[in-house]
Design a protein around this ligand. Structure first.
Ligand code: ZN
Length: 250
């Protein structure tokens, strides 16, 4: 018979030590990295060079790595918190350690929980759903860098995603490429600022000009559409004719 118990309930005096056990919070580093990636995206699009394809693909890959790392940090933090909670409440149901129960714990007659075993248990961690503006744009890149008119699957709402569907980069009012795209917060339809301002001018509110949409809209229902702006910027970058080898030949 073993004289040393495999596990014992945590002593009330050592609970503070248990409380202090935590995963180091490095969310600031994640946020810093995200901001730097976003700034890199903006400067790449503002001044695209010959190697922009490679640079953008690296950027997309780095952002995906960042998301994977951050998700595993969040998961680790949640698993530890859950394990500590279960450990604490299971320990409270255990007989306190004294000279008699010590031997009962050692012989296996009494059982105490093990923190490590509880930590190993699979935990379902709820996903953070609120995305920052940087996240919305960076996560869209993998879909729209190759084709700025590509639709982006909505993870919360699969019904909205149409395989092969295209996003129009022209304003349905002015028929020109978007310059300052504005999105309706009520129905998500997008128009150029000038077009929608003219359309609503002199009306307290008016039906959405998108055919088939009867939402009543005023100018205050609109906000700038950063995602559409990004699509248009990418479309412009992609349209630039690739520098030909001819110059070298001459
Ligand atoms: Zn609409």
């Amino acid at each position: 018979m073993s004289e040393i118990p495999q596990s014992l309930p945590v002593h009330p005096r050592t609970r503070q030590r248990l409380h202090e056990l935590s995963v180091k919070d490095i969310s600031d580093s994640y946020n810093d990295t995200r901001r730097q990636l976003f700034e890199t995206l903006q400067s790449l699009l503002a001044d695209p060079g010959d190697t922009i394809e490679d640079q953008m693909n690296t950027l997309i890959k780095n952002y995906q790595n960042l998301c994977t790392l951050q998700a595993s940090s969040i998961n680790l933090t949640a698993r530890l918190a859950n394990a500590k909670d279960s450990f604490r409440s299971l320990c409270e149901q255990c007989d306190p350690v004294d000279p008699l129960t010590w031997y009962q714990y050692a012989s296996g007659e009494l059982m105490a929980p093990r923190l490590a075993a509880l930590f190993q248990e699979e935990q379902s961690v709820s996903k953070e759903t609120r995305l920052s503006r940087e996240d919305v744009l960076l996560s869209a890149l993998k879909y729209i860098w190759n084709d700025p008119t590509a639709m982006i699957p909505d993870e919360q709402n699969d019904d909205l995603y149409i395989e092969g569907g295209k996003i129009e980069l022209h304003c349905p009012i002015t028929y020109k490429p978007f310059e300052t795209p504005m999105i309706s917060k009520k129905c998500n339809h997008v128009f150029d600022r000038l077009g929608i301002e003219n359309y609503l001018h002199g009306y307290p509110s008016r039906d959405c000009p998108q055919s088939g949409c009867s939402q009543k809209l005023t100018m205050s229902d609109f906000q700038e559409d950063d995602l559409m702006k990004l699509r248009c910027k990418i479309a412009k970058v992609k349209k630039k004719p690739a520098k030909t080898e001819a110059l070298d030949v001459i």
